[in-house]
Design a binder for this molecule. Structure first.
Ligand SMILES: NC(=O)c1ccc[n+]([C@@H]2O[C@H](COP(=O)([O-])OP(=O)(O)OC[C@H]3O[C@@H](n4cnc5c(N)ncnc54)[C@H](OP(=O)(O)O)[C@@H]3O)[C@@H](O)[C@H]2O)c1
Length: 199
């Protein structure tokens, strides 16, 4: 299969690449990639990317900025940045990518456990992650052509705990390798319109 991984160089993305292994043709995309540059906040960049890549079988997104700030310090910028990147970046990859994906292909997006648990400074993340899931599930119902759309919702990765762990008191960080397997299940399995809680 020809599989695009957006954010392949990141903490989550590296684990997705490892889980998918060597049996597939992986297209590893991100803003700083020399081979496959892509900025998912820019529809022009996305169109150019798909025109270069051509038809593909699966697209996985493990990218998207989120603003973290307590309620009293939340600014328009926190919302705007998160909306443009994590929500509209993933929306644009699907709405533009649907014209390039093969019939029977799949899109796998990323939300996060903050859809279900609420932490200090996590208002934007909880809101945007829920919007990502709403978009994915409604699109799965409508898209047709045998195309599947799923979301993986990871808990805090062990690899991210040194930086982010203090925001998640009482949480059990999840090994990145385990999270990678949920993406593999979404890409290689048959499920559709599902949120896979990767904890
Ligand atoms: N880490 C966790 O514990 C955790 C838990 C739950 C959910 N998540 C979610 O998982 C996703 C990835 O998180 P992460 O921790 O792996 O982040 P990360 O380590 O910062 O990696 C982000 C990846 O995305 C790429 N990227 C960022 N902005 C992009 C853009 N506009 N267009 C294309 N590529 C872009 C980055 O490469 P370039 O800089 O080269 O573009 C990098 O490859 C995020 O949505 C995050 O909310 C993470």
């Amino acid at each position: 299969m020809k599989i695009i991984v957006v954010g392949a160089s990141g903490t989550v993305g590296k684990n997705i690449v490892a889980a998918l292994g060597n049996e597939h043709q992986l297209i590893k995309a991100s803003r700083s990639s020399k081979e496959h540059p892509l900025d998912m906040t820019s529809p022009e960049s996305i169109k150019k990317f798909f025109q270069q890549i051509g038809k593909f079988d699966a697209l996985v997104v493990a990218a998207g900025d989120l603003g973290f700030a307590p309620l009293g310090q939340l600014s328009h910028d926190h919302w705007e940045k998160s909306f443009r990147s994590k929500l509209m970046g993933q929306v644009n990859l699907v709405t533009i990518g649907k014209d390039f994906i093969n019939d029977g292909g799949s899109f796998t997006l990323t939300s996060g456990v903050l859809t279900e648990v609420f932490i200090q400074a996590g208002i934007v993340a909880s809101s945007i992650n829920r919007a990502v899931e709403g978009f994915a599930l409604a699109t799965a119902a409508e898209i047709g052509r045998g195309i599947r759309v799923n979301v993986v919702s990871p808990g805090l990765l062990e690899e991210s705990a040194p930086q982010m762990g203090s925001f998640f008191p009482g949480h059990f960080p999840v090994p990145g390798a385990r999270v990678g397997q949920f993406y593999k299940r979404a890409v290689l399995g048959i499920e559709n319109g599902r949120v896979l809680l990767a904890v």
